[in-house]
Ligand binder design. Sequence first.
Ligand SMILES: Cc1cc2nc3c(=O)[nH]c(=O)nc-3n(C[C@H](O)[C@H](O)[C@H](O)COP(=O)(O)O)c2cc1C
Length: 220
Amino acid sequence: MSPITQIQALDVPSAIVQRRSIKTFKTDPIAPDLLKQLVELTVAAPSSFNIQSWQIVLVQDEAQKAALSAASWNQKQIIEAPVTFVFAANPHAGEQDLTPIYEQALKTGAWNEGTVNYFKNAIPQFQAGLGDKRREYAIKDAIIASTHLVLAAESLGLSTCFMNGWIEEQVKAVIGAEDSDLAIAVLVPVGYAAEPRLNPGRLPLSYNVSVDKIGNPYQA
Ligand SMILES: Cc1cc2nc3c(=O)[nH]c(=O)nc-3n(C[C@H](O)[C@H](O)[C@H](O)COP(=O)(O)O)c2cc1C
């Protein structure tokens, strides 16, 4: 991975606290090295069995951005930001040939032959057991990767906005996935903020954090 050379990266807690969903972006480009670093930090995310079932499309071309914005209720962040990451999820990734994943883990020493042989049985069994939930499970992986992107971007001086406001079939058509089973998980425009935004705040912890069982509120 390329080193962070140009800016002092924010630590993770600071990036979490500082991050806001930005609605207006400058059109300033992201330097290619910085974009590469963002992509590498995004795919450093964990995934179920390390299957890495995401398919990430960096939408940068002006006509593609216009089409993606149109598929997203004309939300203009996509037009303004230099790049929007489309996080798609492949529900069938676990059924594909996983040899490259096994070979890599053997090479790093993270998994041994025993682990790989176990996974060769366990992964197909687990995937088959998921049935209709394969889509949901693939989306989990993609969403976790998108959170890596958002915090990495904030840490490296960029801004983002998670986006759920789009029509799945139209987004799939824009990225050329209309004939596939890919699910669209989330869209994330990335760029330099044109305007800051205030934190809308969070509920007191006792509203939605419990200890041991729901209804036993966590009292910090
Ligand atoms: C899954 C998800 C989908 C969202 N979709 C949109 C969206 O389509 N358009 C938008 O402007 N903001 C969207 N937001 C941003 C939320 O409105 C924002 O996160 C929330 O108001 C809290 O503000 P903050 O992110 O600055 O803390 C989305 C956020 C999340 C997590």
